[in-house]
Write a protein that binds this ligand. Structure first.
Ligand SMILES: [Fe+2]
Length: 362
C-alpha cells in the first residue's frame, strides 16, 4: 500500500473524570452539541461516554467510576496517571488492515489489531498504534456502519440541541515530550503515516525559546502534530517544568474558527476563562510596522496573539486548563488569507515580552 495520502480526523477521545459534567461544560460553554451516549442509562454500566459535535469536530469524553470493572481498567489507569487528556486520535481510512499493516511494517507499535464491532446498524473496523507515552492513533473505517457513532452508543434524546457550534475543525494537536524524543516521534510518524516535517525550531545558539519544536503534517494538512521538547535541562524551560510536574504527553488541542474575536466574545459570555498575556507583548506588536493594519488594542483586550507572514495572519487564543489538573488546554485559532505556519516568529516575540516584564519587575 502507498503511504496514506489523506488523514481526516474522525474523532478525538478524551479520558476524564466526571465526563458527564465535562460534556455539559462543552455544550453550555463551548457550543458543542450532544450526539450520542454510552452510559448506565443507555444500558452500559461502568462506563460513561459522551459524543459531542461542533461542525467537523467530533470529541468523545469518556469516564469510568467505582466499583471499577476490569474491562475498563485502561480508562481508570489513564485517569489515575493523567487525570484528563487525549487517549486516542482516530483517522478515517479506506482500509483499516492496509493502513495498520503499512504502519507496523514501518516501525509503528501495535496497540489494537484490526477488529470489527457490529450492531443492528452494521459494522465498523478499528485498529490502533501507539503514540507518545499514553495515547493511540486509531485507524477507523465506518463506511459499513449507519449508526450514530459506534456500536454500544445510543443516539442522544437531546441530539442536535445544545450550543451554537462556535468551533469549526481540528487545527493541530500539540504534545510535550522528553529531551531527544521529538526527532524520534517525527521519524515514527513519518514512517508509520507518511507525515512530513513542515516546520521546525532546532537546537542552536539562535534558539532562545527554550524548546525545540517539530511540526508534522499530512499531505492533505488535515492532521498536524506539533511536538515540543525542552532545549536542555539546566535553564528549566516551560516545557521541562510541565514534564517535571505532569509528565510528557498531549498538551493541547487547537480548534479553528472563522472569526476568533466574535467566537471569543461568545465564549466570554459563557464565562469561559482564557489565558492572558503580558502588556509588553502588545507593545512589541505596536512598535512593529508589519502590524500597523491590525487593531492591537482589540487584540490586547481579547488576549489574542497575532503572527504575520507576508499578507497572511494567525490569531491564537488559549482557554485555561479544561480540568482541575493544570496541564491539558484548548487553543482556538483563526488563519487569515491562508496563513500556513505555526507562529514560530511569535514564540520569540512572546519570549521577548516575558523578558521585558521581568525587567519591569526588578
Ligand atoms: Fe498550538
Amino acid at each position: 500500500m502507498k503511504i496514506l495520502q489523506e488523514h481526516p480526523i474522525d474523532y478525538i477521545e478524551i479520558y476524564t473524570p466526571m465526563a458527564k459534567v465535562l460534556a455539559y461544560w462543552h455544550i453550555q460553554a463551548l457550543g458543542f452539541k450532544l450526539l450520542a451516549v454510552m452510559n448506565p442509562e443507555s444500558g452500559s454500566p461502568g462506563i460513561s461516554s459522551y459524543v459531542l459535535r461542533s461542525h467537523e469536530i467530533t470529541l468523545v469524553l469518556t469516564s469510568t467510576y467505582p466499583p471499577y470493572k476490569s474491562e475498563y481498567n485502561e480508562i481508570s489507569s489513564f485517569i489515575a496517571q493523567n487525570y484528563c487528556g487525549v487517549k486516542r486520535i482516530a483517522l478515517r481510512v479506506p482500509s483499516v488492515k492496509e493502513a495498520f499493516d503499512y504502519s507496523i511494517s514501518n516501525g509503528a507499535f501495535p496497540i489494537k489489531f484490526p477488529t470489527k464491532t457490529d450492531d443492528d446498524s452494521g459494522y465498523l473496523e478499528e485498529a490502533a498504534i501507539k503514540l507518545y507515552d499514553h495515547s493511540e492513533l486509531v485507524f477507523i473505517d465506518r463506511t459499513a456502519y449507519e449508526g450514530v457513532f459506534k456500536p454500544g452508543y445510543k443516539a442522544s434524546l437531546k441530539a442536535g440541541k445544545g450550543g451554537e457550534s462556535l468551533l469549526k475543525s481540528f487545527d493541530h494537536i500539540a504534545a510535550e515530550v522528553r529531551i531527544n524524543e521529538s526527532h524520534y516521534w517525527t521519524s515514527y510518524l513519518s514512517k508509520a503515516l507518511g507525515t512530513s516535517l513542515v516546520q521546525s525550531i532546532e537546537r542552536g545558539a539562535d534558539n532562545k525559546t527554550g524548546m525545540i519544536l517539530s511540526i508534522n503534517q499530512s499531505a492533505d494538512k488535515k492532521l498536524t502534530l506539533v511536538i515540543a521538547e525542552p532545549d536542555g535541562y539546566e535553564m528549566k524551560s516551560k516545557v521541562q517544568q510541565n514534564i517535571d510536574a505532569f509528565g510528557p504527553g498531549i498538551h493541547h488541542l487547537a480548534f479553528s474558527t472563522d472569526n476568533l474575536v466574535e467566537t471569543a466574545k461568545s465564549l466570554e459570555k459563557n464565562n469561559v476563562d482564557f489565558v492572558s498575556f503580558p502588556p509588553s507583548y502588545y507593545e512589541l506588536l505596536r512598535k512593529n510596522d508589519d502590524f500597523k493594519d491590525i487593531d492591537i488594542d482589540e487584540l490586547q483586550r481579547m488576549n489574542i496573539l497575532c503572527d504575520k507572514e507576508d499578507d497572511t495572519y494567525l490569531f491564537q487564543k488559549f482557554i485555561k486548563p479544561i480540568s482541575d489538573r493544570p496541564f491539558f488546554i484548548y487553543e482556538i485559532v483563526q488563519r487569515i488569507n491562508g496563513y500556513n505556519g505555526f507562529a514560530l516568529k511569535n514564540i520569540n516575540v512572546l519570549k521577548k515580552a516575558e523578558e521585558l516584564e521581568i525587567m519591569k519587575a526588578v
